[in-house]
Ligand binder design. Structure first.
Ligand SMILES: Nc1ncnc2c1ncn2[C@@H]1O[C@H](COP(=O)(O)OP(=O)(O)OP(=O)(O)O)[C@@H](O)[C@H]1O
Length: 229
């Protein structure tokens, strides 16, 4: 496997608290990798370092032939806008914007025209079964509907890598399974790699591979079940 994204020797502390103590991890193109482990083991910190949101204190993150640590803040932002999609536990939709405006936002930031962005937003909302909510504000939607909009927003730019941090953690089991199945389906269709952070073994079972952390290091790794593929 040729790695699309590769972290080597990653270390990161918050003041005196070590969160990552030397982690190696790679993700191939189109691969779905779950990062698991108990609360506080460093999962979110690892995701943030790999996505170029946080700088590691030591070690290297490479995306294709680029070393993220050597890029300027502007170049890293551009990379995040064009190549990466990010999805958090609580969708973090902009409350003042409608579903379609939220989903169109990453495209507008990347330079698309309004009409084109709106068209793509409507298409992506439809893919996640919430096309009829295009003009709805997030506050009027259920948690599952909001998260579907957030997934559409994370994928509308057709990123090469989706970073998903507990993407179904705030949803009931059934809705969570539906949303995960939809993410996996679209990721497979588009060849998007997914880094899926979760403490939940049921969620990790959707991945091709699982990497379990403990106290900031890799505890063990193995094949996932690839459910939904
Ligand atoms: N902003 C921060 N300031 C100080 N310490 C932090 C900060 N963020 C994380 N930590 C600490 O770093 C360690 C790793 O945290 P991290 O959030 O990466 O773990 P996690 O496995 O994602 O946890 P959870 O499953 O609870 O979200 C923990 O000890 C945590 O308390």
């Amino acid at each position: 496997m040729t790695a699309l994204l590769q972290g080597t020797g990653l270390q990161r502390s918050y003041g005196p608290t070590p969160a990552l103590r030397g982690i190696d991890l790679e993700i191939g193109a189109g691969e779905i990798v779950a990062v698991t482990g108990p609360s506080g083991c460093g999962k979110s910190t690892l995701l943030h370092c790999l996505a170029g949101i946080l700088r590691a204190d030591a070690g290297e993150v490479r995306y294709r032939d680029q070393d993220l640590g050597l890029l300027s803040e502007a170049s890293r932002s551009r990379l995040r806008r064009t190549e990466f999609g990010v999805l958090f536990q609580f969708g973090q939709l902009v409350p003042e914007l409608t579903a379609a405006e939220n989903v169109a936002l990453p495209l507008l930031l990347a330079g698309s025209g309004r009409r084109e962005a709106r068209k793509a937003a409507t298409l992506w909302l439809g893919r996640f079964g919430v096309g009829d909510l295009a003009d709805q504000l997030p506050g009027k939607m259920s948690g599952g509907q909001q998260q579907r909009c957030a997934v559409a927003r994370a994928l509308v730019t057709e990123p090469k890598v989706l970073f998903a941090d507990e993407p179904t953690g705030a949803l009931d089991v059934l809705t969570g399974e539906q949303v995960l199945t939809e993410i996996v389906h679209i990721a497979r269709q588009q060849g998007t790699s997914v880094l899926l952070v979760t403490h939940d073994a049921q969620v990790a079972a959707y991945a091709d591979r699982e990497i379990a952390l403990r106290d900031g290091v890799v505890d063990h790794s193995g094949l996932g079940l690839g459910i939904g593929s």
